[in-house]
Design a protein around this ligand. Structure first.
Ligand code: P6P
Length: 333
């Protein structure tokens, strides 16, 4: 018999005893879900502003709506800062950490997020996403400080992403597997649609911007050539699948089995993607689903961040495939 519709808050309550999820963490995730519903509504009407002349608030102009990542950032900040759950926040759009205003109480958690990754794709109606990671405050300060935002990903309490695509999905983990919820706009609830997501062990796709091919070191080029070399036993050549929107590429590879790569280049050895807002949360999800996240020389989650906008080479995929990548990167193959 079907279990009936299970919404996010019921899922969290049902697993509270079994997983020991603190009520504060549940409240935080429920409010992240709330904020993402608001963002989803704006993302889904972005293309209509011109046609319908949607003005909404008096100050909404065409160019305002184009700044969806600013809208998303404000929506998450305004939804989460009054809750008395956060000590500090920071996000990819801000140069500095975001303190909790004095008028609000603080709490034990640290919220790091990328409000709307891939937003440059919105005009082409490509799926985009919000990515987040939640840590516990470690400093003695009552209101969090920079040190609280520079923890390694192996300290993550909860992480996830929201993908605004053909449907809006929230995928998260709090250390007990990966679970996906699909937004039912007719009732405004995220309903459990993908319990216990496991990343297939077999690599089906490889996702990389091959336009960078001649900027990579030889070892990296050798791995990409390996992905394209026919080999019956390993199922190569892998299919090339690259959307250019991280959350969309990651989500497809999580479900279908694939390796995502944004290696460093000779001019940018750190690559393009950020450790705090992309590398750590998505590597955490990948590991919880049985996969891995590596730079080619070290486990992403073990990196001690130096700065809040630090970039790292990001390779995420099936564990076996990431181990093969590491061997190529180290020149062992
Ligand atoms: P490139 C989008 O701009 C983004 O930040 C990620 O979503 C995506 O994976 C990457 O950059 C694409 O970068 O250099 O391949 O266009």
């Amino acid at each position: 018999m079907s279990m009936g519709a299970v919404n996010l808050s019921r899922f969290l309550v049902e697993h509270e005893r079994q997983w020991g999820i603190e009520r504060g963490l549940q409240d935080l995730l429920n409010n992240i879900a709330f904020a993402s519903k608001i963002v989803s509504r704006e993302v889904n009407k972005a293309g209509l502003v011109e046609i319908l002349g949607l003005t909404g608030e008096t100050n909404v102009q065409g160019e305002e709506v184009q700044k969806l990542d600013m809208f998303a950032e404000e929506t998450f900040i305004h939804a989460l800062e009054p809750l008395g759950l956060l000590a500090i926040m920071t996000d990819e759009e801000q140069d500095e950490i975001i303190p909790i205003p004095d008028k609000f109480p603080t709490g034990p958690y640290v919220f790091l997020f990328d409000p709307l990754d891939g937003s440059s794709n919105i005009d082409a109606n490509v799926s985009i996403g919000t990515i987040f990671a939640i840590y516990r405050k470690i400093s003695k300060a009552e209101r969090g400080v920079l040190e609280d935002c520079l923890q390694p990903g192996n300290q993550i309490e909860m992480a996830g992403y929201v993908i605004y695509g053909s449907s809006t999905m929230l995928v998260f983990s709090c250390g007990h597997g990966v679970h996906g919820f699909t937004l039912d706009p007719s009732c405004g609830e995220f309903l459990l649609s993908h319990p216990d997501i496991c990343m297939p062990e077999k690599t089906k796709n490889f996702s990389v911007n091959e336009g960078n091919y001649f900027k990579w070191e030889k070892n990296i080029r050798n791995y990409i050539d390996y992905c394209k070399t026919p080999d019956k036993e390993s199922g190569r050549p892998y299919s090339g699948r690259y959307i250019g929107s991280l959350v969309a590429d990651f989500h497809r590879n999580l479900l279908y089995g694939g390796i995502f790569l944004y290696p460093g280049t000779k001019d940018k050895p750190g690559g393009k993607l950020r450790l705090l807002y992309e590398g750590n949360p998505l590597s955490y999800i990948a590991e919880q689903a049985g996969g891995a996240g590596t730079t080619g020389t070290e486990r992403i989650l073990d990196i001690k961040p130096d700065t809040i906008h630090q970039r790292i080479p990001l390779i995420i995929g099936p564990k076996k495939e990431c181990d093969i990548y590491d061997k190529f990167a180290k020149g062992k193959i």
